[in-house]
Design a protein. Structure first.
Length: 185
């Protein structure tokens, strides 16, 4: 397992993922309808073929949703940001997946770790997972998200979602850019 690289999505479906240290694929290497789909996805995301995502600026981070707001996810995020500070340019939504997870996070002091680093533990709910309330990612902005979907407009009209692990999201939140989480462990 130690040989498996952390993954991040570059496109507009969960299957459009690459190892964090890989380059985005080239539409020219695709067959059939894959070329057109990949070309459209890269254009929407503002990426080029054969491009590294490392160093790309990120202004939003979302940790949460019913599938990735578990206590284990919050623990992992908190362990990486502990003793560090949220990047000034980053807006972060840290949303437990349920009231039970919120209670457990409070009991474990995760809220305090988050607050010391400049984050806020929010109330459980959908939040930026599908932009049901005011927690929307603005058009054209990148969000490293632990949710499970990155379709066009999922986190807000024109939002660009990069799915990643809570650990990778934590690194993006403290650096303001996409980085290889292994450099921080």
């Amino acid at each position: 397992a130690a040989d498996i690289s952390p993954m991040i999505t570059f496109g507009t479906t969960p299957g459009m993922a690459i190892p964090i240290n890989a380059l985005t694929p080239s539409p020219e290497a695709q067959h059939g309808g894959g070329k057109e789909t990949l070309t459209k996805s890269l254009a929407y995301m503002g990426f080029a073929a054969n491009e590294s995502l490392i160093g790309k600026k990120v202004n939003y981070v979302f940790v949460g949703s019913c599938t990735n707001g578990r206590i284990e996810d919050l623990r992992e995020f908190a362990s990486i940001i502990k003793g560090k500070q949220k990047a000034d340019n980053v807006t972060a939504y840290i949303v437990p997946g349920s009231q039970a997870v919120l209670r457990q996070a409070l009991a474990e002091g995760i809220d305090k770790t988050l607050a010391e680093a400049g984050f806020e533990l929010r109330q459980p709910g959908c939040s930026a997972c599908l932009a049901m309330n005011d927690d929307k990612i603005p058009s054209g902005e990148y969000c490293v998200s632990t949710s499970n979907r990155n379709f066009e407009g999922r986190q807000g009209p024109g939002a660009r979602t990069l799915l990643a692990s809570p650990a990778l999201a934590a690194v993006a939140a403290i650096t303001g850019e996409i980085r290889d989480v292994r450099d921080f462990l």
